[in-house]
Design a binder for this molecule. Structure first.
Ligand code: NAP
Length: 536
């Protein structure tokens, strides 16, 4: 075994968050290393190479804002950037700021153990290499622990089969193939819309439909890009002002205050507009009040009926168990129209459940479906899954997985009592996942790196969330769940995943109070001398 390498800081993950944290910690003059499981930077955008993968955020709201030069140098080519372009962008940023030399690739972390006597973290890779640091930062993604379905015989299939997150790096020839897709979340919806026109036969296995809305993507002309570059100050000011750090903020009117004719006209306009406006730019009560939500859901159901020719298929595609926007809204391109194609078929698993997978395809209670390729768009062990896949041990060997067995607890989603000097960037119970990710992580990284800079300047090398502060944050996180319709719906946001043992009850994974309130709290904590943290 090689000698343990010592650094000031280790960052696990070279995605959007890890890249920026590295930049910030290097600026503090620290010796930093990033440990990344992939063969290059990019995180989410490195792994998710499935057809149709692209932003649901406007491209110019997704890029980093920290460097005005970078903003002026980079040209986005589409309003909602496709995965290859985003991956190019993250590689560009990595090289532009000379970050690559501090990154170690093909370096999957197996364990991280806190040495209480030395105040140091010892980190071991799966290949046995060992590292040691003071500051340990996880930037391991919230949707990075893919969960293939627990279906009997899944390993027997002899054709090609992959989870969307592990889509091959080599091109997959779909032309003329018989393809099955399991899962109709934001990923499945992107895949289905993208491949329906190419394959010979497409069968979609749907358990619960989602309320989807059109993305309305389009190219960005050079003139538009010039206007965008000239407007970045306003763009980022808008992002800072909206609850979810998107370009879309809620309409402050109550739906019921607006005459029916006017609200229908407003909804038509939202439905015809690009991006998340239909979800996040709606009347504020649509996501809070069941009656308003039901009325808007009926409006969207009408759209689905208009777009899908076969009425029976249309009915199957309309969710009946939850209202619009109470799960993450998939944005789609020609998704509903795919079902109008002769060779595309929807199998409703509530009527005919999957019994198993065998060498040649999928067996439901009604028939056997033969495939050349099966695509599992079955989602993730969200938010805590990536942590559970690393053995993290704090003071006295306490395991994070054990502490979080009934659901995560944290202080501000940033630290966990009993795990000193570990910063769980964009972790459970932070605001990031409920928001446009990059702006949220930028503010969190700015805050955390400033905190580390402060601690370094004071000669303090141990910091730990206080139990009381953690308990109070837990209550605050819970209180938002009590207010939101989102919390009443089973989804990865609320901790459910049928493919993970025990994830069959509500877990408080996310701070739902919004990005501005979260930022304000961080600011207050810093101004109060980093209240709630024990420093030594
Ligand atoms: P997801 O939303 O959790 O959807 C998983 C789908 O698989 C659901 O339809 C689920 O059905 C189904 N499923 C799981 N196990 C199954 C089984 N054993 N049998 C049948 N169906 C099964 O996962 P996702 O679509 O990958 O999306 C996760 C999140 O990633 C999104 O919400 C979004 O935040 C992010 N994402 C972002 C983008 C973007 O920004 N452009 C694109 C894609 C994804 P049930 O609903 O019945 O459980």
């Amino acid at each position: 075994m090689s000698e343990r390498q010592k650094t000031d800081a280790l960052i696990i993950g070279a995605g959007v968050c890890g890249i920026y944290m590295l930049y910030r910690l290097l600026n503090l003059g620290l010796n930093v290393r990033v440990l990344e499981a992939g063969a290059g930077p990019g995180g989410t955008w490195y792994w998710n190479r499935y057809p149709g993968a692209r932003f649901d955020s406007e491209s110019y709201s997704y890029g980093y804002s920290f460097s005005k030069e970078l903003l002026q140098e980079w040209d986005w080519t589409e309003h909602f950037s496709p995965q290859p372009e985003t991956l190019r962008y993250l590689n560009y940023v990595t090289d532009r700021f000379n970050l690559r030399e501090h990154m170690l690739f093909n370096a999957r972390v197996r364990s991280a153990r806190f040495d209480n006597a030395q105040n140091r973290w010892r980190v071991e890779l799966e290949d046995g290499r060992e590292y040691e640091c003071t500051w340990l930062c996880t930037a391991i993604g919230m949707l990075s622990a893919a969960t293939p379905p627990r279906i009997p015989g899944v390993e027997r299939f002899r054709g090609q089969a992959f989870h969307t997150y592990n889509w091959p790096h080599e091109p997959v020839d779909l032309k003329g193939k018989r393809v099955g897709v399991i899962g109709t979340g934001a990923t499945g919806v992107q895949v289905i819309g993208a491949i329906a026109g190419e394959v010979a036969q497409l069968t979609v296995f749907q358990r619960r439909p989602n309320w989807c809305a059109p993305l309305h993507n389009s190219p960005i002309t050079p003139e538009e890009m010039a206007t965008i570059k000239a407007s970045y100050d306003e763009i980022f000011a808008t992002i800072e002002s909206t609850p979810n750090a998107f370009l879309h903020g809620p309409d402050r009117r109550e739906m019921k205050e607006v005459p029916r004719e006017d609200r229908l006209a407003f909804w038509e306009q939202l439905y015809a507009s690009p991006g998340f406006g239909v979800w996040l730019g709606n009347f504020r009560d649509v996501l809070m009040d069941p009656e308003s939500n039901a009325e808007f859901s009926a409006f969207i159901a009408g759209k689905i009926r208009q777009r899908v020719r076969d009425p029976e298929t249309a009915e199957k595609l309309i969710p009946k168990d939850h209202g619009f926007g109470t799960r993450r809204v998939p944005l789609e391109t020609r998704y509903y129209e795919a079902y109008n194609l002769e060779h595309v078929r929807l199998v409703d698993l509530n009527e005919t459940p999957i019994e198993g997978i065998d060498e040649t395809g999928v067996q439901t209670s009604a028939e056997h479906h033969e495939f050349d390729i099966i695509i599992y768009a079955t989602g993730f062990d969200a938010i805590t899954g990536a942590f559970d896949r690393i053995q993290i041990e704090g003071v006295d060997g306490i395991r994070l997985g054990d502490k979080w067995h009934e659901g995560p607890v944290s202080y501000m989603g940033l630290q966990v009592a009993g795990f000193p000097t570990l910063f769980t960037l964009a972790g459970p119970q932070s605001a990031s996942v409920a928001t446009n990710f990059p702006p949220a992580i930028e503010s969190m990284v700015n805050w955390t790196s400033a905190f580390i800079g402060y601690l370094e300047s004071q000669g303090l090398h141990r910091v730990e969330a206080e139990e009381d502060a953690e308990a109070a944050w837990q209550q605050e996180v819970k209180s938002y769940y009590d207010m939101s319709l989102l919390a009443q719906t089973k989804s990865w946001f609320t901790g459910y995943n049928s493919n993970v043992e025990g994830h069959d009850k509500l877990r408080y994974l996310v701070y739902l109070g919004g990005a501005p309130a979260y930022r304000e709290k961080l600011k207050e904590i810093a101004e109060a001398g980093y209240r709630g943290f024990r420093m030594s």
